[in-house]
Design a protein around this ligand. Structure first.
Ligand SMILES: Cc1cc2nc3c(=O)[nH]c(=O)nc-3n(C[C@H](O)[C@H](O)[C@H](O)COP(=O)(O)OP(=O)(O)OC[C@H]3O[C@@H](n4cnc5c(N)ncnc54)[C@H](O)[C@@H]3O)c2cc1C
Length: 495
């Protein structure tokens, strides 16, 4: 039985592990943290659970190969209850209000009522949301190994999604927003995605909700990660926690295995690096092995940026009467670093009683952090006292905005935790604290990088950084692709 070592127990590494175990390999996953899941995680503060990942799970609806893969790895299953969202989000500001409903006809009607003068922009938007609903994640084999027949099997996806992308070619989220005459619609488009992102990303995210494919599994992200780890262990996989890998040991064109931080050497026939790609090529492997396509993304910072977020979690005594899930509103504003942010929002987790204490309301606020702002957090973190103070200063200011907007929370709300891009770098070795992959701008095509390494025959890559802007489906698909490549090499069926 051939042995495979996987670096990282994120969703990508664990997916590769489950599939390889089911295909007859012996695998071991080495994970630096005490808990599996990587960015798919959550934790408790003062006994209250804070969820830190799944806002939308693409392909949560039955009937796609990706949904079957979710079930196979334990993300979803017959015994996992799902929470359906009736909306993407609501925005209240500029003297009006708009909700992006799951029912897109309703949203369209309400947009046209709000702003008849934007009819053409609205019609085009919904035409392309409909197209983007056919988005699927190909998982049968790596995309670089797919031929015309494989693409034909993808049905509407192969024709509709490129058409929607073409319709918004060269258009950023900000451009899309600015194309609306109505200020409520204009601002609403610029809340969920970084402004420089291709407009198509916003359309695709909304289409995920309208197609009924963006629901959330009960228990949130940590419960999902633990279910997946459980599947892996039940399939016979060995999960080594608190076991950081120092580097991959290479002899010529082959890897012998890995060396752990404590100096232990572990031999293997294959190695899969399922850690953050930048970490892989700065720590685990010499940088010259980085695939060219990936190198191009890191080098071309003007077109491939990365972003992270500042987060604060709050708990309120009592059940607030707020819309479920995400609400943004125009506030009096908060200044973080040099940027004034007026439109702020929270996610309310009351939709899942298993993660919200009885009689309480669990809220989270998030602020995009870009470029210099990310640098500022890393600089500040060199002085733990100042870093903690700044984190809580921002959380305090955000809490003030909630109290102002929802006076019933005054005196009943408190901060549970606050975290920053530095948290993701420390927890997952994430490049610049990013938790999604490259954000290709409006002038750039998103890039998919083959998970193979030129010059190394038995080392493969997995993880979200290999595919577009990342996220759980790409990370999971890439885990499967890495397993597929090893199965193919060994001439065994990939199960
Ligand atoms: C707040 C937040 C919200 C999100 N919302 C969504 C959402 O709604 N929908 C969606 O699809 N996606 C969402 N994502 C993105 C999603 O979480 C990621 O795309 C996905 O989890 C990445 O998985 P991965 O396995 O590629 O990487 P990771 O999760 O980063 O896994 C890599 C693992 O490798 C480990 N590791 C790194 N270096 C080493 C080493 N040297 N030795 C041993 N182990 C190592 C890390 O600790 C980690 O466990 C969100 C992420 C965050 C943080």
């Amino acid at each position: 039985m051939k042995k495979v070592i996987i670096v990282g127990a994120g969703i990508s590494g664990m997916t590769a592990g489950i599939i390889l175990q089911n295909s007859g390999f012996e695998t071991e996953i080495y994970e630096k943290n005490a808990v599996p899941g990587g960015e798919l995680t959550g934790w408790k503060r003062d006994g209250v659970y804070i969820d830190n990942c799944i806002n939308y799970l693409m392909c949560s609806k039955e009937g796609s190969a990706m949904h079957d893969l979710w079930c196979e790895i334990g993300m979803l299953g017959k015994d996992v209850r799902m929470y359906s969202k009736d909306r993407f989000f609501t925005y209240k500001g500029n003297g009006g209000e708009i909700t992006y409903w799951r029912d897109k006809e309703r949203t369209k009607r309400e947009m046209l009522e709000l702003s008849p003068e934007d009819k053409d922009v609205i019609e085009k938007f919904f035409e392309n949301v409909k197209r983007a609903e056919s988005m699927i994640m190909p998982i049968e084999k790596p995309m670089d190994k797919m031929g015309p027949r494989d693409f034909m099997k993808l049905g509407d996806f192969a024709k509709n999604v490129p058409a929607a992308q073409k319709a918004y070619k060269g258009v950023s989220v900000k451009d899309l927003g600015m194309s609306f005459k109505n200020p409520v619609l204009r601002n609403s488009v610029m809340l969920t995605h970084p402004e420089m992102t291709q407009a198509y990303s916003f359309i695709m995210s909304y289409a995920m909700v309208t197609s009924g494919s963006g629901d959330i599994p009960e228990g949130g992200s940590l419960a999902a990660a633990l279910r997946i780890a459980d599947k892996y262990k039940k399939a016979g996989g060995k999960l080594r926690l608190n076991a950081p890998v120092k580097n991959v040991k290479i002899s010529g064109k082959l890897a012998d295995g890995v060396v752990l931080e404590d100096g232990t050497e572990v031999k293997a026939d294959y190695v899969i690096c399922a850690s953050d790609a930048n970490h892989t090529f700065t720590q685990l492997l010499p940088a010259e092995y980085m695939p060219k396509k990936l190198r191009k993304c890191y080098d071309d910072k003007d077109h491939f940026s990365v972003f992270s977020k500042y987060h604060a979690a709050f708990i309120v005594d009592g059940k607030m009467d707020v819309d479920p899930d995400t609400t943004f509103w125009e506030s009096e504003g908060i200044k973080v670093w040099d940027r004034e942010i007026k439109d702020v929002g929270f996610i309310c987790y009351n939709y899942d009683p298993t993660i919200t204490p009885e009689g309480k309301t669990s809220l989270q606020m998030k602020l995009f952090q870009y470029g210099k702002e990310v640098d500022n957090w890393f600089e500040l973190a060199k002085d733990p006292g100042k870093y903690e103070a700044k984190k809580y200063e921002v959380a305090q200011a955000l809490m003030g905005l909630i109290e102002k907007r929802y006076p019933e929370t005054a005196g009943k709300i408190r901060i549970l935790d606050a975290w920053t891009p530095v948290t993701y770098a420390r927890h997952c070795n994430a490049y610049r604290g990013a938790y999604m992959a490259f954000v290709a701008d409006k002038d750039t095509k998103t890039v998919t990088t083959p998970g193979v390494i030129k010059g190394l025959k038995n080392v493969f890559l997995a993880g979200q950084w290999l595919m577009g802007s990342g996220g759980l489906p790409p990370a999971t698909a890439q885990g499967r692709y890495a397993a597929w490549r090893i199965c193919k090499k060994e001439g065994v069926e990939c199960r």
